[in-house]
Design a protein around this ligand. Structure first.
Ligand SMILES: Cc1ncc(COP(=O)(O)O)c(C=O)c1O
Length: 394
């Protein structure tokens, strides 16, 4: 099933793409553009979940296998992010990873500001705001009047010698905007601040090298483009072995030896494992391992090329119908937002036409992945034309 990355599959009819589509049974009956919310179930992930059940029925508990799944997941996340697996911690959600990370910071010194943005996902924004109870001060870079770009000059105004952390979502969950983090990382580091990237909407949609990004921390999860399902998050921690950060939100799976059962000492692991906590989510890890393997077998070059081909097709479709693409044409992730008069109603109507997608801010969010093809775009166009009363023209 492994297509050569040297010859990416275009979003045109092709046997190779059909073979990939066959891994996702839902694609036979639905036009699935919902990866920004929840990736589709593959036969591999389904089989992994059955395997978990089978082990439970036949062998009871197999902690050794659960740990093996966690380590395989960590190794593949390292491959996906182009980093050392020892710099990857596994959690149950972005929220858990963030809370653990922030517990390693103190907000009572000269650096207590957190600079964040109008593009934040709510959980990120809320967890950062919660740190104000510990002495942090949250400052926010605003979106410009278009709502689809951050006012980049504000990073320069807000980041100073009191800034501890700058948080940026790589791709905004509302509108699909891909923010160029390079100048932000450069500025923050020049002023002594660290950078946290929420990459949930970006990782898995194209090749990405976190080591080269300069980010100090990056969080994401396996529910969406990593094709696993809910219950597995992760965090990259740059130089986990050398950075000296010690989270106080912790647990026995964060210890150097979780099985020491030592209640008299707290000995955190020297790798990013110390940002973990309690019993791993075994079910989630069976799914995460299978989803990641599928994605890496397809290959991130191919994934990126297909996502680009399909998003290009969707943009052309929006253009020829005179609809309003909210997402900027030139810097976006896998998701595109289209303006609607009544997005909740449009989502419902499209669902009745077997087109699955979601909405935010009165825009529908069209979120393809490598498995979508030109026929999916045609079906979307057909359904949108039938509901065009809910789509304002430019
Ligand atoms: C950018 C982003 N961050 C975070 C989350 C969710 O985080 P959690 O795993 O804590 O539910 C989402 C989910 O939609 C998201 O899109």
């Amino acid at each position: 099933m492994t297509p050569s990355p040297a010859s990416p599959i275009a979003a045109e009819p092709s046997d190779a793409l059909d073979a990939l589509r066959a891994h996702f049974p839902i694609l036979a009956s639905k036009t699935y553009f919902n990866a920004c919310s929840y990736g589709p179930l593959s036969v591999e992930v389904e089989a992994a979940l059955h395997e978990y059940m089978k082990i439970r029925h036949e062998q009871g508990a197999r902690w050794d296998i659960y740990v093996e799944k966690a380590e395989n997941t960590r190794r593949m996340l390292g491959e996906l992010l182009c980093c050392d697996p020892d710099d990857v911690s596994i959690s149950t959600s972005v929220s858990q990873s963030l809370n653990t990370l922030l517990s390693a910071f103190q907000f009572d010194g000269p650096r207590r500001d957190i600079v964040t943005t109008d593009f934040d996902f709510p959980t990120t924004a809320q967890i950062l705001l919660a740190q104000e109870g510990r002495g942090a001060k949250v400052k926010r870079v605003e979106a410009d009047e278009s709502g689809t770009a951050l006012r980049m000059a504000q990073f320069d105004e807000l980041i100073d010698d009191q800034t501890l952390l700058v948080q940026v979502p790589l791709v905004c969950y509302r509108n699909g905007v891909w923010t160029d983090i390079d100048p932000i990382v450069e500025l923050a580091h020049a002023r002594g601040a660290m950078v946290l990237v929420d990459a949930y909407q970006a990782i898995g949609t194209r090749a990405y090298d976190v080591s080269a990004s300069g980010a100090d921390f990056l969080v994401g999860g396996c529910t969406k483009y990593l094709l696993a399902g809910a219950g597995t998050g992760f965090m990259y921690v740059r130089d986990a072995q050398g950075n000296g950060l010690q989270p106080v939100a912790t647990g026995w799976f964060a210890q150097a030896n979780p099985y020491a059962m030592d209640i008299y000492h707290h000995e955190p692991h020297d790798t990013a494992r110390r940002f973990e906590a309690g019993t791993p989510n075994a079910v989630g890890l069976f799914a995460a391992e299978a989803g990641l393997k599928l994605l890496l077998d397809v290959g991130m070059e191919t994934v990126g090329a297909n996502v680009k081909a399909v998003t290009d097709g969707i943009k052309a479709m929006i253009d020829r119908n005179g609809w309003h693409l909210v997402t900027p044409n030139d810097h976006h992730g896998a998701m595109l937002a289209i303006r609607s008069n009544d997005a909740p109603k449009l989502v419902e109507r499209l669902d009745a036409r077997d087109v699955i997608l979601t909405e935010r801010d009165n825009n529908i969010r069209v979120a393809p992945h490598f498995y979508n093809n030109a026929a999916d775009v045609e079906k979307l166009e057909f359904a949108l034309r039938a509901e065009s009363a809910l789509l304002p023209n430019l």
